[in-house]
Design a protein around this ligand. Structure first.
Ligand SMILES: [Zn+2]
Length: 216
C-alpha cells in the first residue's frame, strides 16, 4: 500500500469516528468515502466507530469491484455515482441523522428559512423521492440532486453530501443536521418566514464578495 493510500485510510478512520462522536451515525447507519485515484476508499458494510480500521476500509472501483474480504458499504452506488458525475467531489458522507430523517420523512425540501441554508449552494436543500437503499435508482436520484447543491435529503431515509475533502464533507453533514433541527423547532411555532428571491440574490452576492476577499 502506498503512502498516500495509507494517509487517506487514516483520515477516513478519523472522520468516520468524528461522524460517530457527533451522534450523526447512530447504530452505524451512515457511511463515508474518499476519492482515491480513479477509485474510492469507503467504510465497510457493518462498520462501527469502534471497529473501523485502516485495514478494513474497502478500496472499491466506481463500478463496484472491491478488494479484500470486507464488503463495501451497501450504499457504494450512491458514492460512486457522485464521484463519476462531479470531478470536484473528493469525499462523500451519508447519514441517517435524527433531524435530517425527520424532515426527509415528509419527503419535503428544507426550505430557505435561514440564510445558512444557502451554504449548500441554493435557496433550499432538495429531497429526492424514496427508493430502496443500495439500488441504482437511489444512486441516480441522489447524485442528480447534487448538480447545483452540495447536499440533499433522501426521502424516508436520510441525507448525503459531497465536498472536496473529508473535513468539509463531515462539516456539511453536521451543518445540515443543525439546519434541519432548527427548521423543526421553527415549525413548532407556526410556518417560518422564508427568504425572498431578492434576499437570496444578495446573499450569494455577499458570499461571492467574501470568497474574493479570502482568495485575495
Ligand atoms: Zn442509508
Amino acid at each position: 500500500m502506498t503512502e498516500d493510500e495509507v494517509s487517506l485510510r487514516k483520515q477516513l478512520v478519523e472522520h468516520y469516528q468524528k461522524v460517530d462522536a457527533l451522534g450523526l451515525n447512530e447504530m452505524s447507519s451512515g457511511n463515508l468515502s474518499v476519492r482515491f485515484r480513479d477509485e474510492m476508499l469507503i467504510s465497510p458494510n457493518g462498520a462501527t466507530g469502534d471497529s473501523i480500521s485502516l485495514e478494513n476500509i474497502v478500496r472499491c472501483s466506481l463500478n463496484g469491484e472491491y478488494q479484500g474480504k470486507r464488503l463495501p458499504s451497501s450504499e457504494w452506488r450512491m458514492h460512486a455515482s457522485i464521484y463519476l458525475k462531479y470531478a470536484d467531489a473528493g469525499a462523500v458522507v451519508h447519514t441517517h441523522s435524527d433531524y435530517c430523517v425527520a424532515v426527509a420523512s415528509h419527503e419535503i425540501s428544507l426550505p430557505g428559512f435561514h440564510y445558512l441554508v444557502g451554504v449548500f449552494g441554493g435557496g433550499d436543500v432538495p429531497c429526492v423521492p424514496y427508493s430502496t437503499f443500495g439500488r441504482e435508482k437511489l444512486a441516480k436520484d441522489a447524485s442528480d440532486a447534487l448538480a447545483e447543491r452540495t447536499a440533499c435529503l433522501l426521502g424516508n431515509h436520510g441525507m448525503i453530501a459531497k465536498a472536496p475533502n473529508l473535513k468539509r464533507a463531515v462539516n456539511q453533514a453536521q451543518r445540515l443536521e443543525i439546519m434541519c433541527r432548527q427548521y423543526v423547532l421553527a415549525k413548532q411555532i407556526g410556518e417560518p418566514k422564508k427568504l425572498t428571491k431578492t434576499d437570496w440574490e444578495d446573499f450569494f452576492k455577499k458570499a461571492d464578495e467574501m470568497a474574493y476577499a479570502r482568495n485575495g
